[in-house]
Write a protein that binds this ligand. Structure first.
Ligand code: UDP
Length: 228
């Protein structure tokens, strides 16, 4: 599951809302209780976005490293919330910081999943110029995930921004190529094309609606499905 940083902000548009993160943790627990192995890639846009800082004159690579560090903070907040409700977790980071989290080791991540732990991947891919959406596609392939669930603030993929445009139309299903051709702003092109090449379906849904994660797992038609 990919959780965008912006989902963690609650009513404000910056930082982490403890109530929101508690709710998300609760839903992850319910999903796990259905017998699903869960790995999470968390974004950092609620704290720092490399591209925004570079637009204001900062070196892009340095700004992106700061963005990657922001994802570590979010990951630790989610770990804390999950462990408070007795969900065992491991945080694995793409940038080594041994005192805080395990380094990313693919086989180890898979072992954690087998043991029923929720694995939280932080630090993005570890490379500047990438996004955490691309990280989600990459990690999904590496661990052999069946699906990527992308939790956002809106109900799915629309033909225009539904927050700015009330006439925007929601898609129930799309192919990868349609997403790329229509330049829909759901995941960046690198993330989508990775999923396309390896046929990993993506379900985009509103993470803020209570019970939605469970509905998605149980196969209900929620949000928008992107597939081959
Ligand atoms: N980032 C990066 N490489 C990665 C993943 C993330 O450089 O592999 C940086 C980038 O600056 C990005 C920031 O981390 O703006 C936060 O990630 P992202 O914008 O993907 O978070 P989200 O939009 O999901 O909150």
């Amino acid at each position: 599951m990919k959780i965008s940083g912006e989902v963690l902000t609650g009513e404000g548009d910056y930082g982490i809302d403890p109530e929101v993160i508690r709710q998300i943790a609760q839903e992850i627990k319910e999903m796990k209780n259905l017998g699903v192995e869960v790995a999470i890639v968390i974004g950092g846009g609620n704290i720092f976005r490399g591209i925004a800082a570079s637009a204001k004159g900062m070196d892009r690579a340095s700004a992106d490293y700061m963005g990657m560090l922001a994802t570590v903070m979010n990951g630790l907040a989610l770990q804390d919330a999950l462990e408070k409700i007795n969900v065992y977790t491991r945080v694995q980071t793409a940038i080594e910081m041994r005192e805080i989290a395990e380094p990313y080791i693919r086989r180890r991540a898979i072992r954690h999943l087998e043991k029923g732990r929720v694995v939280i991947f932080v630090g993005g891919t570890g490379n500047p110029y990438f996004t955490t959406d691309t990280t989600a596609s990459l990690r999904a392939m590496e661990i052999g995930a069946e699906v990527i669930l992308k939790g956002t603030k809106v109900d799915g993929i629309y033909d225009a921004d539904p927050i700015l445009n009330k006439q925007a139309k929601k898609y129930n299903e799309l192919t990868y190529i349609e997403v790329l051709k229509k330049q829909l702003k759901v995941m960046d092109a690198t993330a989508i094309s990775l999923c396309m090449d390896y046929r990993i379906p993506i379900i985009v849904f509103n993470l803020k609606k209570r019970g939605n994660i469970k509905r998605v797992i149980l196969g209900e038609r929620v949000g928008t499905k992107v597939r081959g």
